[in-house]
Design a protein around this ligand. Structure first.
Ligand SMILES: [Zn+2]
Length: 452
């Protein structure tokens, strides 16, 4: 038998086990052998012994292009490479145009192929009115999922889809077999509470939380799952900051619905105290909740009720995150480069198995987006996408973020981390060596949904 092209040595972490003193052997761009002990012959042996080799992370939810257009793909994916994220699943709410047709999707794929440092799958969406007709073509063109919203940020880029249109859209989406993720906030509640807060002069950071209370989220969860039940669509809460969101999803599954929800990593560690501390840099939607809620979130994750853990990376330039009026700041956090160190740290701090990172940050997100088994797992025949972590003790430094200077900020700046990304491997090639991004624009590829 021919030698392998490359062998990576280290402790191999899969969703089910840790193979101490293991190896992952690569031929071409795919994994050709996995084992323990003496490594098989290879043209090149890369020694990560003493480190942990995870599957490259699959971040199922991010926004590379909502602030600075498709040019944002370049920096966001460079930061992903430095963070061990080998597949980015990018949201469709882009400027100047959202991904609302197969033609726009083709344009965006062109930008991905020219600019991306890691592989990317893409969401599609629909126009506020008249968009349902584009659904079948978007699915056929290879998007991994649809994204709709119950809340309007922008009538063109990020519209609220009204109930009759949502029913019609879910019916069409059900025929494609793709999931539909929904941004879940009740517009009437949020608008009224925000208007009242502003009128009373309540514009400090905590009012972001007070004007987007848990009820705004759970009401939206109920309506989207009801429409899902009626239409047969797989409806997915794009982000639940509340344990109750996962309970509601489970209730709908119990009566025959296809209902899931994801947790973003910030809802597993940040609290209302953090937005008070961080101001605009702590603003995201839904907002941070209480410390008790964070504990309930971990309980639901431990019970297997969370579909996967994502970042909702949405890198607003610093100039959009510094207003003392919380309502004047952009909503969204950076998170790609901190994702792996933070998840590693949270698991270690809680004494939970590291296999959970392979499960919730790679395998499950890849499965929901129809990318598995090509992506999301260390297994034979899969793309050789790897994240190499080494144990460490350091403060996360936002200055090291591998993105444009005005996007080098992090809500986790200064947080103690217990793991560091020592290397990232994309389809067999090392694209981050712990200090430098070795990938170049165009190293990444568009990844179609593989399964329906
Ligand atoms: Zn988002």
């Amino acid at each position: 038998m021919d030698r392998f092209d490359r062998v990576f040595l280290g402790d191999v972490v899969t969703a089910s086990e840790i193979i101490a003193d293991g190896y992952v052997a690569v031929r071409g761009e795919t994994i050709a052998a996995i084992g323990q002990g003496a490594a098989p012959p290879a043209v090149e042996t890369i020694d990560h012994r003493g480190r942990l080799i995870f599957p490259g992370l699959v971040d199922g939810h991010m926004h590379t292009s909502s602030a600075i257009s498709w040019a944002g793909i370049e920096g966001a994916t460079r930061s992903a490479a430095a963070g061990g994220v080998t597949t980015c699943v990018d949201m469709p709410y882009d400027v100047p145009q959202a991904v609302t047709s197969a033609a726009v999707l083709q344009d965006k794929i062109g930008w991905v192929e020219r600019l991306a440092h890691v592989d990317m799958a893409l969401y599609g969406t629909i126009k506020k009115t008249g968009g349902v007709d584009a659904i079948a073509d978007l699915a056929a063109a290879g998007i991994s999922a649809f994204k709709l919203s119950t809340y309007e940020y922008d009538a063109v880029r990020f519209p609220r889809i009204d109930h009759p249109t949502m029913v019609a859209a879910f019916r069409e989406i059900a025929k494609t077999g793709l999931p539909v993720a929904v941004h879940n906030e009740d517009q009437e509640l949020v608008e009224r509470l925000t208007a009242e807060a502003k009128a009373a002069g309540n514009t400090s950071a905590i009012w972001h939380c007070r004007t987007r209370p848990p009820l705004a989220e759970t009401m939206a969860d109920l309506e989207i799952f009801e429409i899902g039940l009626e239409t047969g669509a797989h409806v997915h809460i794009a982000h639940s900051s509340l344990a109750r969101g996962f309970d509601i999803a489970e209730n709908f599954r119990a009566i025959g619905g296809q209902a899931t929800g994801e947790a973003c990593i910030q809802y597993l560690c940040m609290t209302e105290d953090d937005i008070v501390r961080l101001g605009g840099r702590g603003k995201c939607n839904p907002p941070f909740r209480t410390a008790d809620e964070v504990e309930r979130m971990w309980q639901r994750l431990g019970a297997g009720k969370v579909a996967y853990v994502s970042t909702d990376h949405a890198p607003w330039p610093l100039e959009r995150k510094g207003s003392p009026d919380i309502f004047a700041n952009g909503a969204g956090l950076t998170g790609l480069q901190s994702y792996a160190p933070l998840m590693f740290t949270l698991l270690e701090e809680r004494g939970l198995p590291l296999t959970l990172m392979a499960t919730y940050c790679a395998e499950r997100s890849a499965k929901l987006h129809g990318l598995y088994p090509k992506k999301g797992a260390i297994r034979l025949g899969a793309d050789a996408d790897l994240l190499v972590m080494e144990r460490a003790d350091y403060a996360f430094d936002e200055a090291l973020i591998q993105d444009r200077p005005d996007l080098r900020w992090s809500p986790y700046h200064g947080r103690r981390m217990r793991g560091r990304v020592a290397a990232t491997v994309l389809r067999g090639r090392t694209i981050w060596d712990g200090g430098r991004v070795l990938a170049t624009p165009g190293s990444g590829r568009f990844v179609r949904r593989q399964t329906r």
